[in-house]
Design a protein around this ligand. Structure first.
Ligand code: ZN
Length: 503
């Protein structure tokens, strides 16, 4: 065996062990979110913190660093797009990032996140911000300490943004968001000046089993593989990779709504198909799994919105849905249904927001993250700042904090910083990828009208899914669409909503 082969083998063995630890953690996390009784929470938190610590210790082992340093010269001589070179390059980059964060800080973050999340599950229904304030203060402190590990930086949020959307900085995102905002605000104004679409028929009883029968059929047709996945119920929908052969999704069935479970399921299936499509050979390495928050979100929102809220899609699927719910939908024509699921309104809740106003919710959170990290906004002032900003940007004010600052899980189960920009980057990228797919595979549109999706799924498989984390988001974007550009997304919104609202 050559020196290179031997060392690569040693690298793979170390990485496989770390992957085992992480995948055990994923299985425990899934159990915690789905079926674990509440009484198991405290010990489960310790189990997850322990696994995180163990994985971190192995990943930051100086012996791994030495191995990577020895392998890097080989990787540089290999063709840039070879899998072997990517494995070494990506692992080396992540190693360099990981060794900057002390093990005790990693453990403290994990332990705190778990405690904070448990507190939030009680505090949010009780509308009790005061209970969460000390947790959030500690979260902010831990977030700043995490960012400090990467000094110097241009903005304190940069290291946090970089860890979810590699290669992006606060300044880049501010510029992208400012452009998008300039297009969205007048569009939202023009639409909401008109009479709102009637969507009352969506808010009545729809039997969860029947919704599930419908969404299961749809996501199977999309290409979600139930032989390597499953669908369960949770308070907050998510997709999770346990390993290449097991990528699960969850959804919820709140009372008296059809849209929420329907579109949440399509959304999570989009995330999961990305994970299922990663090359099997990458299992047990850092290449297994989606490349960034923004690219991941582009995949979920592509299926949820660009496909799942399109007229073509419902031309095929509406008769099927109607046959499952004759009582609720007998009087509702396709056009009316299509308008209702695309209703634009000034609303309080990000996850329920329509395509036009959604990004305004994200921008509010992104700006607050920067201000909190900069120290120009205090946690104690956050609830009121939240209400004021919603009033200014969306013209609505929540009656409480439950639907204000307490609504999103992110700051209560992770760090402050880098948590939200990926959603809007995903909307922008999703539109770019979709436009590119349509131009290269014009049959996609015809297929959707027939309820089949193989051309779209195979384009995504070929261009996005299979690569996992082999390419960074900027590299993947360069290979597929050239550069990040919000124009296709803005055009899409103007066309679709221009037609819907005769603008
Ligand atoms: Zn998502």
């Amino acid at each position: 065996m050559t020196d290179f082969t031997e060392k690569t083998q040693a690298l793979r063995e170390r990485l496989a062990e770390i992957s085992l630890l992480n995948s055990i953690g994923a299985a425990l996390y899934w159990d915690q979110a789905t079926y674990m009784p509440r009484g198991g929470a405290a010990w489960r938190g310790k189990q997850l913190a322990y696994l995180t610590q163990q994985a971190h210790a192995r990943f930051t082992d100086p012996a791994l660093g030495k191995l990577l340093d020895e392998l890097m010269p080989y990787a540089e001589r290999l063709p840039a797009d070879s899998d072997e070179a990517a494995l070494i390059r990506v692992t080396h980059r992540e190693y360099q990032r990981a060794i900057k964060v002390p093990a005790e800080l990693v453990a403290a973050i994990s332990q705190h996140a778990s405690e904070s999340y448990q507190a939030w599950t009680v505090a949010r229904p009780a509308d009790d911000f005061a209970r969460m304030q000390p947790y959030l203060e500690r979260t902010l402190d831990l977030s700043c300490r995490y960012a400090e590990c990467f000094a110097p930086y241009d903005h304190i949020a940069d290291p946090l943004i970089d860890s979810s959307d590699y290669g992006m900085k606060a300044a880049d995102i501010r510029a992208i968001f400012a452009d998008l905002r300039a297009a969205l605000v007048p569009l939202a104004q023009a639409i909401t000046a008109q009479a709102p679409a009637d969507d009352t028929f969506l808010h009545q009883h729809y039997a969860p089993e029947l919704i599930e029968r419908f969404t299961t059929d749809v996501i199977k047709r999309f290409g979600y593989d139930f032989e390597r996945g499953r669908l369960d119920r949770t308070a907050h929908p998510f997709a999770i990779r346990l390993n290449h052969g097991d990528v699960r999704i969850t959804t919820r069935y709140p009372k008296d709504t059809l849209s929420d479970p329907l579109f949440s399921t399509l959304h999570e299936a989009g995330h999961a198909m990305y994970e299922q499509g990663v090359k099997a050979e990458y299992e047990g390495t850092p290449l297994a799994g989606g490349t960034s928050a923004g690219v991941h979100e582009s995949q979920s929102r592509l299926w949820e919105n660009l496909v799942g809220r399109s007229y073509d899609f419902w031309e095929y699927f509406y008769p099927l849905l109607r046959s499952l719910f004759p009582e609720q939908l007998a009087q509702i024509e396709l056009e009316q249904f299509y308008r209702a699921i695309n209703k634009v309104e000034r609303s309080l809740i990000r996850t329920e927001a329509d395509e036009v106003t959604y990004n305004l919710h994200v921008m509010i959170r992104f700006d607050f993250e920067l201000q909190l990290l900069e120290g120009s906004l205090r946690i104690a002032d956050l609830p009121e700042a939240w209400h004021a900003r919603y009033q200014a940007d969306l013209g609505v004010r929540a009656p409480d904090d439950r639907d204000g600052v307490l609504q999103d899980v992110h700051w209560f189960s992770g760090l402050i910083g880098g948590a939200f920009q990926g959603y809007t980057l995903g909307n922008i990228l999703g539109a770019q990828f979709y436009a590119k797919a349509l131009s290269e595979r014009p049959e996609i549109a015809e297929e959707i009208k027939r309820g089949t999706f193989s051309a779209l799924h195979s384009w995504l498989q070929q261009n996005i899914y299979q690569h996992g984390s082999k390419y960074t988001a900027p590299e993947l974007i360069a290979r597929t669409v050239g550069r990040l550009d919000s124009a296709p997304y803005i055009n899409y919104l103007r066309q679709k909503y221009g037609a819907l609202y005769r603008l």
